[in-house]
Design a protein around this ligand. Structure first.
Ligand SMILES: [Zn+2]
Length: 58
């Protein structure tokens, strides 16, 4: 089996991982209850989407 000749340097290893970061989700304000919610999703707090009750929330 092929074996690496040299240990991967810190710079090579770290630059490979430079795309591994996480990004925070985009949040918009619900026009109904003014809580943060994901865009293009029904609000998890009040269940409204496009100005009407889209899902039931107790
Ligand atoms: Zn809402």
């Amino acid at each position: 089996m092929a074996v690496p000749k040299r240990k991967t340097s810190k710079a090579k290893r770290d630059s490979r991982r430079s795309h591994h970061k996480l990004t925070a989700p985009n949040l918009t304000e619900c026009p109904q209850c003014h809580q943060p919610k994901l865009p293009h999703h029904a609000c998890p707090n009040c269940g409204y989407y496009k100005g009407r009750q889209a899902i039931e929330v107790e």
